[in-house]
Design a protein around this ligand. Sequence first.
Ligand SMILES: Cc1cc2nc3c(=O)[nH]c(=O)nc-3n(C[C@H](O)[C@H](O)[C@H](O)COP(=O)(O)OP(=O)(O)OC[C@H]3O[C@@H](n4cnc5c(N)ncnc54)[C@H](O)[C@@H]3O)c2cc1C
Length: 408
Amino acid sequence: MVVKEDSLRGYNPPMDFDIVIVGGGLAGAGLAAALANSGLTLALVERKAPPSPGADWDSRVYALTPASTAFLERIGAWRRLDAGRVTPIYDMRVFGDDGRSRLDFSAYESGTPQLAVTVESSRLHHVLWEGLEHQGNLSLLCPAVPSELRRAGNCVEVGLEDGTVVTAKLAVGADGAESWTRRAARIDARSRSYAQLGVVANFACAQPHRNIAYQWFRGDGVLAYLPLPDRRVSIVWSAPEARATDLLGLAPAAFCARVSEAGDAALGALEPLTPPAAFPLSRMVADRMAQGRIALIGDAAHVLHPLAGQGVNLGLGDAHALADLVRGAPDPGDRLLLRRYERARAEDILALRWVTDGLFRLFDANHRVAARIRNFGLNLTNSNPVVKTLLARRAMGIGGGIHHGEPS
Ligand SMILES: Cc1cc2nc3c(=O)[nH]c(=O)nc-3n(C[C@H](O)[C@H](O)[C@H](O)COP(=O)(O)OP(=O)(O)OC[C@H]3O[C@@H](n4cnc5c(N)ncnc54)[C@H](O)[C@@H]3O)c2cc1C
């Protein structure tokens, strides 16, 4: 059920649900979709519905792991995506900053059809929302903004700015890094700026990318090329603020030349498909994933550096885990159930935070010894097929936490 803006004005009787989700980004929309046939009643509070994507290429592109695509298949979103805009990644090449060190991953060696697939953020968001608009057990409260959160006995009350009060057994904060829910629930979080911007843009490339993703750890940040259909690539260059500002100020031809040169001309000359855009990069982790009938998922609970490209995968993993736990539970806000949710996610979150932060620090250090260690580490890992396969499978979400296998 879609509750339109007009019906939210004037008299607002209390609305009672099993679960209220605040935030309909990829994590919140994914959770709502995963609970479509759960028998639970849901409300989704979102301040702004995503716009329909046009024909242009979105410069925010995600590399989704097989675990994420399996989840999206299970909840029906995957089949609504235009297959012509989804690109498998068969190989990945990672380069150190000494011009020699490298680490290669291949789907073939890892015993999997593909390492990941790339998909545009706006298209994925759109297909998830399309499904929600027809979901029988869901009230889509949009546009709507919460202003008050109260725990009252066996339920949570979420007051909206227009005066509507939504009550539920469980409130889920899926409202992104600046989560209102997290603050209103008084769940502390530790955050730190990386003093970097993530510069994103899409290009047409002169040479075929052959479905290979590239990553260069450079003195001026980390540059990643992700393959898009045909001869197109999407880049994320996580660079110190001053360098990123320089890049954004370049004329299109100079920007293309700089990106091509920084990527060792691996795909020949580049031509711009989208103007560059930039996002500030920071890390954040909430002290708790759940507390007193409130659970956090996605960026509301954790924000990672994009160098591992795992933010969305982790958020979809949260949605998957929480949906599996609350489905069929007599009380979705039960304290022990939410403890199980926290435990189920702890390993994946810690592992990815450790890897992304560790890599960031190792490659941010200008010291000669650090340079030797990091480049030696890449080569050493590259020469050990067992470690490589383990790393690749971990990054793909295979054989990790309990919710990263095949969908149940
Ligand atoms: C440069 C860059 C590149 C990235 N690349 C990758 C990548 O390659 N792979 C990857 O997996 N991840 C990547 N990420 C991370 C990824 O974008 C995020 O992890 C992901 O979008 C978070 O999804 P979410 O649903 O948790 O939060 P959001 O996308 O932030 O969604 C939150 C939703 O809540 C709504 N909302 C917020 N506050 C309120 C409120 N008070 N009331 C009502 N609604 C509210 C918002 O409108 C929004 O719809 C990248 C990030 C950056 C910055």
